[in-house]
Design a protein around this ligand. Sequence first.
Ligand code: 26W
Length: 783
Amino acid sequence: MGNHLEFISEILASDFQKDIKSATAQELHQAIATYIMAKLSDTWRESEEKQRKGKRAFYFSAEFLVGRAVYNNLLAMKMTGEVNEYLRGAGADLSALEEIEDAALGNGGLGRLAACFLDSAATVGCPLDGYGIRYKYGLFEQKFEDGFQMECCDNWTRFGDPWSVRREAEAVDVVFAGQTVRAVPYDMPIIGYGGEQINTLRLWQSEAPVDFDFALFNDQKYDLAVREKNRAEDISRVLYPNDSSDGGKRLRIRQQYFFCSASVQDIVGKHVAQHGPDFGNFASLYAVQLNDTHPTVAIAELIRILMDDYGMSFEESFVVAKKTFNYTNHTVMAEALEKWDLRLYKSELPRITEIIRLIDKRMTNEFKAGGTETAQHTAACRILKNGQINMANLAVYGSSAVNGVAGIHTEILKNDVLKDWYAVRPQVFRNKTNGVTQRRWLLLCNPELSSFLTKLLGSDAWITDLALLGSLEKYADDPEVLKEFRAIKHVKKEQLSSYIEEKEGIVLPADFIFDVQIKRLHEYKRQLLNAFSILDIYFGLKDKSIRDFTPTAFVFGAKAAPGYVRAKGIIKLINEIGRLVNSDPEVNGLIRVCFVQNYNVSYAEKLVPASDLSEQISTAGTEAAGTGNMKQMMNGAPTLGTYDGANIEIVEEAGIENNYIFGARVEDIAAAKDTYDPMKIYKSSRRIARILDALTDGTLDDGDTGVFAELKSSILEGASWHKPDQYFLLLDFESYMEAKLRAIGEYGDDAVFTRKAFLNTVRSGYFSSDRTIREYAEDIWKV
Ligand code: 26W
């Protein structure tokens, strides 16, 4: 490869007849990626060879929110510096690649967690590969028109995808009722930090066995000629943009079965090639993690293959499957727990449905045989009931391990959502508190803080052992250290400020507090409560009831599922509040609001390091864990949050005195549930009434869509499908305001606020996904 870096120029010359200076960002990206792919090729093959020798684990997920690969891969290969220098020598710079699209093959937390897990597994030497779907279109691109969310399709591979290798030879057929499609694998390298181990993310693309029907074309039946092609490609065409309700769509069933069947066939095929058609040791060689219920059909698919292709009995096949699969639950939201219509399912997957019937039968027999103690739980645990397939029950019954993603969440699964299963199978339940990779969420997005931590620590070992940061606690009262820590935060805020001015046209002065709430838009995450707090502060500044207020910028990033009308109404409301506040000279020197457009992984990499306050304000008992909270903690933002999800463990690690915790606990909510009367609060609080009335008294304009009035009545009157204020915004309002104004008040004081911020960073070691992956590997996968 000659002077290896030269290879980049050779590719530009050969593929684009360009040199570095004249190349476009996409061409430069193509060349650099090809260069890296060449460099890692041997190691990637060797890693695969090595992993074939032992037990290995597979992560089945309908979503992998990997974001942009180029910077992370350069970092993992420790080549960022030399490649940047080489480009600079030719008048270019790596920052040009800021234009490169994210691979947004996921909705939010669940998808990003899967990506962090793959990075950690490859880094800690865990043999974990990912299996998923290569969506042609990822999560929609979000634009605001007059404050309303508009969705555009995300054609992320239009400039190519140099990080994927098409493995034509390993394609398999996936059979549906009345249609067989070709599942073609595309492999992405998952480079462990340092490049010693490279795992694989295999994403399946759906194609028609026959691309084009020439006869039909000859008959000028042009659409018909490509009908099969389109019907096949529909399966992996687009990611479903819902992150909390399954929508019951036929294509979704096809997507789930498509990648599960292809993945199970792939694993079984390799097993038979290596060990022959003997499945006695299958479960001791492979562990499969089901990322929520979306890939649950894989259990029935393995049984189908062992029975129909290898002649095993249902019982033998079931036992192998149960020992192989493990299930992670990521939400307690009823509407997010998948229950498929049996007839719909059968119409798509008749054989699989038969096998699910056998599994349900086996389960009811087993429960009956267990005596009343067990039998009494049969109804709750049934897989088939009310004409539906309960995917969570199938996942639990067909798995060896079941876990939640944070302490409180796992307790809620045991005592509520899956309590009947916990009663009969307590031993399968365990907790695995989420984590995030410090490579992307500290080293890559915050090199300034990273080199400061390395300086203080005297080594960069924290990059693969984040717990080492704990030894920096001794600097918490060192004014010089706090001063530099704060100066670094200021640098990140200036970077974000100029980016937001360029992208959003809004000026956020870097000396304002950056109060940041970034996550999917959902009522339980209570972006609406945050909006109410801004109105309260606005009115307080206007009537001078709030004095010597530390200037604060309220920053939001969130996409709403396209069909989630109320969520889209909340986006419009926050944009209208932004219009009101930012254009009011009486207050815009003290408060600003910015709702960034198209919040995604790459935008998060700019927002997280620049956030001073991390808004984690979900109703207690609703956010399974959260992972954004961990990223903002790592980057020195104290949490303003409720006692929910992983906030609780963040407070345990960093100290409640170093965060701003408020609001009703789960048990308070349970106690208030039946008597809760938000209208009474509204009537007894002028403060709250002023805020809610602003939604309908003309202060804020929803363009006569009525969405603001609907928002107000959802709080005061409720709706046909829920009680008033189902997420208890008014219940938590006062304590939220107290905590928020206290945080804003303390911000100015280094020895107080910066000390808290610093302690959050140095006590964030536990929240590395390296720790989480090691727990899965030791406790569940046994690899
Ligand atoms: C069927 C549609 C659908 C799609 C995605 C329903 C539910 C989902 C996901 C489970 C939603 C999700 O992303 N859950 C989030 O998972 C994170 C990773 O564990 C947690 O940190 C978040 O608390 C949880 O909301």
